[in-house]
Design a protein. Structure first.
Length: 364
């Protein structure tokens, strides 16, 4: 992050989400250096985990990626309209209708085929579209079963299969036995097809060379989330969020704060109300628990998180540094996504997607 710029951010008129394109490019380079000759399919689903998929795709394309992975057809079409040269766009949701097949063909999108029904639909409406076969090796979410291999071979044309993939279900766990089992399974499946392979998500990228295979599909690591908690791989946070103070008050002992009166002051306290709430994606589970930062100092959230407002304890901040419009750090150099996820009892993906949704972004 451009720290000097953000730390000089003293006063705001409105909440702002900063997206650091240099850090995104840096993270791509870290992943590329680790995966070597394996091809990177940059995962930009979920609006690039809340970072803005169009802008992020431009940065990633400039950094060298030529493959993108999305979950929604309308998003895949939007990225195709960026007119990137020599680019593959993969669609997780596959083919579920004649209309989807037509749009996939019209926009040169590669579907991930997840089951026999999708393969039959594709064959019915197009026999020229190339696709990826997705096998379930333990996730039990999407994907063909091992027992369906013969049916798949009867329904598919060898020259239409680009590669075969599966998804690691437990790559961020300490015990890697399940990951090794899935790797063994997908190789066994591929002995029937002899195609290129992909198994590694972000965590898989950092498990080691044996998981890289022909394609890797990093998602959260592109946006600075370390796949293994508290381990540093040189990744940098891409998103920072700041919101202004709207009001400052002094509360005597015994006063309650917010809906439901869930917080009572134990002493005289200085409190500030900031222009941020759950309509901005901040999770209510952070009520009376999570913290924000002012000038590098932690300030605890007190009371329930409201739709548009959060109240914080600013007793440890000097009066001269408290004023209307004062910038409060929601996420950034002091407050990592990992730490906020712990405080709000969720994962980093939900933090980024929630906070990045419907927000005014400044790309730096």
């Amino acid at each position: 992050m451009k720290q000097n710029m953000l730390y000089k951010l003293e006063k705001l008129d409105e909440k702002l989400v900063f997206i650091d394109k240099n850090n995104l490019a840096h993270n791509y380079k870290i992943i590329k250096n680790r995966t070597g000759i394996s091809k990177i399919i940059s995962v930009i689903k979920g609006d690039s985990y809340g970072h803005g998929m169009v802008e992020c795709s431009r940065t990633l394309y400039q950094s060298g990626t030529r493959d993108f992975y999305l979950a929604r057809l309308e998003d895949a079409i939007k990225i195709r309209k960026e007119n990137y040269k020599n680019t593959n766009i993969y669609l997780l949701s596959g083919t579920i209708s004649k209309n989807v097949c037509k749009k996939i063909k019209d926009h040169n999108i590669t579907p991930i085929i997840n089951n026999l029904q999708q393969l039959e639909i594709l064959n019915k409406y197009s026999n020229t579209i190339k696709y990826v076969l997705h096998f379930d090796t333990g996730m039990n979410r999407l994907g063909f079963k091992f027992t369906e291999i013969e049916k798949i071979k009867n329904l598919s044309k060898d020259n239409q299969i680009k590669f075969i993939m599966t998804h690691l279900s437990s790559a961020d766990e300490k015990n890697l036995n399940e990951c090794r089992h899935q790797l063994k399974q997908i190789k066994k499946i591929n002995s029937n097809f002899d195609k290129k392979l992909s198994i590694a998500n972000s965590s898989g990228v950092f498990l080691g060379k044996s998981f890289h295979l022909n394609y890797v599909r990093p998602g959260k690591s592109l946006y600075g989330i370390n796949p293994f908690f508290k381990k540093s791989f040189g990744l940098k946070g891409v998103m920072s969020i700041f919101a202004p103070i709207l009001q400052i008050a002094s509360l005597p002992k015994g006063q309650t704060v917010g809906y439901g009166k869930t917080y009572k002051t134990k002493k005289v306290m200085k409190v500030a109300t900031i222009d941020f709430g759950y309509s901005d994606g901040y999770l209510r589970s952070g009520s009376n628990n999570a913290k924000v930062f002012i000038d590098g100092r932690a300030c605890k959230i007190i009371g329930r998180v409201s739709m548009d407002l959060i109240t914080i304890d600013v007793s440890n901040i000097e009066d001269k540094n408290l004023y209307l419009g004062k910038a409060v750090e929601i996420l950034g150099n002091n407050q990592s996504c990992e730490d906020l996820a712990i405080e709000t009892k969720t994962n980093e993906h939900e933090i980024l997607i929630s906070l990045g949704k419907n927000s005014k972004k400044v790309y730096i």
